[in-house]
Design a protein around this ligand. Structure first.
Ligand code: ZN
Length: 223
């Protein structure tokens, strides 16, 4: 079941983040769809929201893990409701669409999409999927990736899990400042210390965020 609180929290942080990068007002955008892994069982839409100005280019990825519904719902909400005046926004709500349909973390269960980046065009179906998402990142030359996840446990309670964290690239001072601000805002409504968000640096090798750091800055939100 989707946690409504998590869902609204994701909407909240995504809106702050996007407001920071995109001035909101006019309706100058056009939306097109590109299909990742077109013609295969893993075919999934990437929504490309464009304006007359190419930059900044931001990508939001959800549904890397199919049972983490809050990010998927938030990405779908943003796709329908965001209006940008400049830049390009790419939203992939269901990265592993089969895992999303089956409501499981990974599909197939033994291959974690979040560990096989940057993928392999000659590899198994999940490696091909990672490769196509990574290729889309490169083709659009994304400047920032926002990757949405949920976790079974909070990092502060058990650091083997990444719940209530924002993972960023350690090399980026601006991003650290912005993440710290977001974390502070999100923590305002949280009383218990163990439940508070925190900023972590350096994503796990093979994850979506890891692949983004090869060419872009990134946030990986874990709720
Ligand atoms: Zn996840």
């Amino acid at each position: 079941m989707i946690s409504t609180r998590k869902y609204f929290r994701i909407i909240f942080i995504a809106l702050i983040l996007l407001l920071f990068y995109f001035p909101q007002t006019a309706l100058l955008q056009t939306t097109s769809i590109e299909y990742i892994c077109a013609g295969t069982n893993y075919e999934t839409p990437a929504y490309i929201i464009k304006t007359d100005y190419k930059e900044p280019v931001i990508m939001i990825v959800a549904g890397t893990h199919g049972n983490e519904k809050a990010g998927i719902k938030a990405a779908e909400y943003l796709k329908e409701n965001l209006h940008i005046e400049r830049g390009t926004l790419i939203i992939i709500p269901k990265a592993n669409i089969l895992a999303c349909e089956e409501n499981v973390r990974c599909f197939p269960s033994e291959i974690n999409l979040n560990r096989v980046y940057p993928g392999n065009p000659q590899g198994n179906s999940v490696e091909k999927l990672a490769y196509e998402i990574f290729s889309l990142m490169k083709r659009y030359d994304i400047g920032l990736l926002v990757d949405l996840h949920e976790s079974i446990e909070f990092y502060r309670k058990n650091p083997k899990n990444y719940g209530q964290t924002v993972v960023i690239d350690s090399k980026d001072g601006d991003l650290f400042e912005l993440s710290s601000f977001l974390v502070e805002e999100m923590n305002k409504g949280i009383i218990e210390d163990d439940n508070k968000y925190q900023v972590l640096v350096d994503p796990i090798e093979g994850s979506t965020a890891y692949s983004a750091q090869l060419s872009a800055r990134h946030f990986c939100f874990n709720f």
